[in-house]
Structures are given as C-alpha cells and as structure tokens.
Write a protein that binds this ligand. Structure first.
Ligand code: HEC
Ligand code: HEC
Ligand code: HEC
Length: 285
C-alpha cells in the first residue's frame, strides 16, 4: 500500500528575488527533507484505525496554548493541569517513534512545571518558546513528507468496473474522460454532431464508472460525491445532449466548459494536486 523507499533527501530551493532600483537582491532558503522512520506507519490509517499521530499533534498544540493562556490569566491550577497533559503527549512522541527520542526535550516540561508552581510567568513563557522550537525543528524537516506519505490517498490500488463489465485502473478512467471531453470539443468545432453526441454519452458512462469509486473512501458521507457528480452534473449532461442535438454549438461549448470546471477541476483541486505532490515527493523505487 505505502510505497517503501530507502533513503531520499529532497532539497527544495526557495528563491525570492527582490528588485530595488537598479540592484537585485536574492535570498535563498534551503530546506532538506528527511524520510520519516518506518515505525511511524503504525500510527496512521490503514495500519491503525485512527490517525493517532496526527491527533496527538493536535492535542499538543491545544495544550501549549492552554498552558500559555492560563499562565497569563494567573490560573495556576488550570496551568498545572494542562502541563500534565502536555507532559504525557510530548513524551508519547518518543514512545510512538523511538527513533525520534533525540528530537524532544522532556526536561523542558519539568522546568515548565517548576515555573508554574512558582508563578514565574516570564520564565514559563520562555520555556514554552524553547519547547516550541523542538516542535518547529522536527516539523521543518519531517512534516511535508509525513503528510504526503500517510495522509494522501493512493489511487493505484483502485479498480473501476466499466459499464461493460471491464476492469480498469483509475488512471485509465482519467485518460478516457480526457479523450471524451476533447473528442466532444473537437467534434463541436468541426460540426460533427453525431460524434459529439456519441462522445458525450461516453463521458456520462465514464463518469458513472468513476462515481462507483467514491464510496470506497467516502464511506459514510454521500455529500462529496453529490457535490461533484450529483444532480447538477446530471442536469448539465442532459442539457448538453439537447443542445448538441439542436445544433447549438456555442451553448454546447459553454456547457462543456462548465462541466470541466465543476466536475474535473473541482475534483482535481482536492484530489489530483495532493496526488501529484505525493508522486513527486515519493518517487517509485
Ligand atoms: C475523484 C475526482 C476526479 C474527477 C471527478 C476527475 N478526476 Fe482526473 N484525476 C483525479 C486524480 C486523483 C488524478 C491523479 C491520479 C493519480 O495520480 O494516480 C487525476 C488525473 C487525471 C489526468 C492525468 C492522467 C495521467 O495520466 O496522469 C487527466 C488527463 C484527468 N485526470 C482528466 C480528467 C477529466 C477530463 C475529468 C472530467 C471529465 C476528470 N479528470 C475528473 C481525480 C479526478
Ligand atoms: C519528532 C517530530 C515532531 C515533534 C517533536 C513535534 N511534531 Fe508535530 N508533527 C510532526 C509530524 C511528522 C507532523 C505531520 C503529521 C501529518 O501531517 O500527518 C506533525 C504535525 C503537527 C501538527 C498538525 C499540523 C496540521 O495542521 O496539519 C500540529 C498542530 C503539531 N504537529 C503540533 C506540534 C507541537 C505543538 C509540538 C511540540 C509541542 C510538536 N508538534 C512536536 C512531528 C513532530
Ligand atoms: C482514494 C480515496 C478517495 C477516493 C477514491 C475519492 N476521494 Fe474524495 N477525498 C478523499 C480524501 C482523503 C479527501 C480529503 C478528506 C475529506 O474531506 O474527507 C477527499 C475530499 C473530497 C472532497 C472535498 C471535501 C468535501 O466533503 O466536499 C470532495 C468534494 C470529494 N472528495 C469528492 C470525491 C468524488 C466525487 C469521488 C469519486 C469520483 C472521490 N472523492 C473519490 C479521498 C478519496
């Protein structure tokens, strides 16, 4: 399921050129991304029932905020309560991924507790900043690849059953869709009405085939599918047939444009962009 990679190091250069008058200043930031340890996989779907790692992170962020705000408000009991939770979850980082033990500084949480007990808010906040730095250091190096690896869906495993019963891949379906869209546009341009009608029918079938795949990931939620392939799309496809049959080329072209935006682009914006990013970051071995 998850492609395994040995060791990769991706270097991203962020160039920003600032032009002031006749001089040009270049600032160059270099970030090296490291491959996360394999032990992380067990804390993510599908190896785990829940996204345990990610939810631990959300807790840490809430706890950091709670400690700071309660300390600022002088509520010592609440501050100490949240420090206990922070302590637990911060240490969970190394429990869950032993390879990352060196990335955290549990000693800082002890200091945090000491400053809270003393009511030394100034030092407490300084310590929080030091803890925050350990969060940021790990995020800079690991977060992008972890998000790409464990939180983006993988389409290669999806098999689609065509209306004629043939099985094909997600990628085949995309190529067919693209061909039907373009064949329709070409036929409209050339005044080949029959071909245009045929290929929009094909497009409708291919979209129904694709629609069967949605529930594989969107299990208890019909809304994502409705939004992209639901009623509005069905109506556009029907209207398209009517317009083409009536020889209304301009209207048909406009409708094709609407379908490309509301069906193809809208889905690509959530699914394809992340998928492309994942494929770039995680090349097949
Ligand atoms: C599930 C939502 C979804 C819908 C709806 C959708 N696509 Fe895609 N499309 C994707 C994803 C995801 C990929 C990338 C697949 C991958 O990386 O394996 C993709 C890839 C593609 C590709 C590139 C294929 C390749 O060889 O890499 C084309 C072309 C394409 N889509 C065309 C279309 C057209 C045209 C439509 C509308 C008629 C459409 N798609 C509708 C999700 C969608
Ligand atoms: C040893 C590495 C490491 C340390 C230390 C660490 N994190 Fe993370 N954190 C990650 C990784 C990896 C991700 C990416 C998770 C993902 O995208 O599923 C992440 C993601 C997050 C996110 C989710 C961001 C988002 O919206 O997607 C939050 C919030 C977060 N961390 C908070 C914290 C806080 C607060 C601390 C420090 C108290 C911390 N983390 C320490 C590795 C770490
Ligand atoms: C391989 C898994 C996968 C498949 C197949 C899939 N999706 Fe998604 N989709 C996701 C993930 C992951 C998200 C982002 C998290 C979320 O919102 O659930 C998402 C988000 C969305 C969203 C934006 C969030 C929302 O609720 O509006 C829409 C719309 C959507 N998908 C439509 C579709 C449609 C339509 C299909 C079928 C043609 C489809 N998806 C197939 C995994 C998938």
């Amino acid at each position: 399921m998850i492609k395994s990679i040995n060791k990769i190091c991706i270097v991203i250069f962020v160039m920003s050129g600032v032009i002031t008058g006749v001089t040009t200043a270049h600032a160059e930031t270099k970030v090296s991304l490291k491959q996360p340890p394999h032990s992380l996989e067990q804390w993510y779907k599908p190896a785990n029932k829940r996204q345990v790692w990610l939810h631990t992170m959300f807790k840490l962020r809430r706890e950091m905020q709670a400690v700071r705000e309660n300390a600022e408000n002088g509520d010592k009991a609440a501050t100490l309560k949240w420090i206990k939770r922070l302590d637990k979850h911060y240490n969970k980082i190394a429990d869950m991924v032993p390879e990352w033990e060196k990335e955290i500084k549990p000693r800082l949480i002890e200091e945090l507790e000491m400053f809270a007990e003393k009511g030394d808010t100034y030092r407490l906040k300084k310590t929080l900043k030091m803890i925050k730095r350990t969060c940021d250091d790990c995020h800079t190096v690991y977060q992008p690849l972890v998000t790409a690896t464990y939180r983006s869906p993988y389409y290669d495993d999806i098999k689609l059953k065509g209306q004629d019963g043939t099985i094909h891949s997600f990628e085949d379906n995309m190529e067919q869709l693209s061909r039907s869209v373009n064949r329709t546009l070409i036929a409209l341009d050339d005044g080949h009405i029959d071909i245009a009608i045929q290929s929009t029918k094909k497009l409708g079938e291919q979209l129904r085939t694709l629609g069967d795949s949605c529930s594989g990931c969107h299990k208890d939620d019909a809304y994502p599918q409705e939004r992209i392939l639901g009623n509005a799309t069905q109506q556009r496809l029907q209207k398209l047939q009517t317009k083409i049959s009536a020889g209304k080329v301009k209207d048909s072209q406009d409708l094709m444009g609407e379908i490309a935006v509301t069906v193809c682009a809208r889905c690509h914006n959530t699914h394809k962009i992340v998928s492309d990013l994942r494929n770039v970051l995680l090349p097949v071995e």
